[in-house]
Design a protein around this ligand. Structure first.
Ligand code: OGA
Ligand code: MN
Length: 288
């Protein structure tokens, strides 16, 4: 069976059919997937995949080094890793024996994963093990298109500006507050500075890199100017024309490139049923 490609939305994302990602890929298939990821503005969908945790991790390794939970990692997140599989982070509202089987409110706001880190994760691969009958969609915003659709005047103003990103903002806004109760200092200390305009190393194209989840302020300008610029950018980025909304099917795997997309987990499904997802993460490559 040959591989076929179809857009998820005009000019954005690709659905890949005709490839069983639970099986080892040939070198050609592996290269084709990396090329597709770049060509698709960083979002790929694979449907009807039966993936064990090991197979999910093996597929992830085609895109870079797979992140593993380690001793130095955030203790607040430790319960959400799949026991025996330190590469698999669980996103879920499921409770087993009174214990959460995953982080319930992961990403329930516009963000780029871990942008508060100096080297944020390159990308994530999220696999739908159980989904509710309705709701629990994931939205993606195309940060290339958001950049391209700015005027030249605005692009010029952003050139060279940097913004600070911090975990504290997201903690204050979500049920993460429970995880960080009494330890807000720890969240506030997790911060990094990034250029507002970045050039993607694979595509060579420019994209925006700010998000309402983690970006606190633009460095070196007054707070009111910073807020005005950021609020304008946020509204601009999440215009309907820039956003793809994915309605999950069981056994979907979606992968996104955090360098050129924002993502948003829509937390509207909790009365509808169980949502249980496995996520792997690709580390930022050293040369990026
Ligand atoms: C994430 C995330 C989206 C979702 O895991 O980083 O944003 O829909 N998840 O669960
Ligand atoms: Mn996310």
């Amino acid at each position: 069976m040959s591989i076929s490609y179809s857009s998820l939305a005009p000019g954005f994302g690709l659905r890949i059919d005709g490839l069983d990602i639970s099986q080892p890929l040939t070198q050609e298939q592996s290269q084709a997937m990396r090329d597709a990821w770049s060509r698709a503005n960083g979002v790929l969908l694979f449907r009807n995949q039966n993936l064990s945790p090991e197979q999910h991790v093996a597929f992830t390794a085609h895109f870079g080094d797979v992140y593993r939970q380690g001793a130095a990692n955030n203790k607040a997140l430790a319960p959400y890793y799949l026991p025996g599989h330190p590469e698999i982070f669980r996103v879920s509202n499921k409770v087993i024996d009174g214990q959460p089987a995953g982080r319930e409110d992961a990403g329930t706001y516009w963000h780029s994963d871990g942008s508060w880190q100096a080297n944020p994760p390159l990308g994530s691969l999220l696999y739908a093990v159980e989904i509710p009958p309705v709701g629990g969609d994931t939205m993606f915003a195309d940060m290339y298109r958001a950049y391209d659709n700015l005027s030249d005047t605005f692009k010029l103003m952003l050139e060279g500006l940097e913004a600070e990103h911090s975990l504290a903002a997201a903690v204050l806004r979500t049920s993460y507050a429970k995880e960080y109760a009494g330890r807000l200092d720890e969240a506030a200390a997790k911060k990094a500075t990034h250029s507002i305009v970045k050039t993607h190393p694979q595509s060579g194209r420019k994209c925006l890199f700010v998000n309402p989840g983690f970006t606190s302020h633009i460095v070196g300008i007054p707070q009111d100017e910073s807020s005005a610029i950021l609020n304008f950018l946020y509204a601009h980025i999440v215009k309907a024309e820039n956003v793809y909304r994915h309605r999950w099917q069981k056994n979907d795997l979606i992968m996104w490139d955090n360098r050129c997309n924002l993502n948003y987990a829509v937390a509207d499904y909790k009365k509808e049923g169980v949502r249980y997802m496995h996520r792997t993460t690709v580390k930022q490559r050293a040369e990026v």
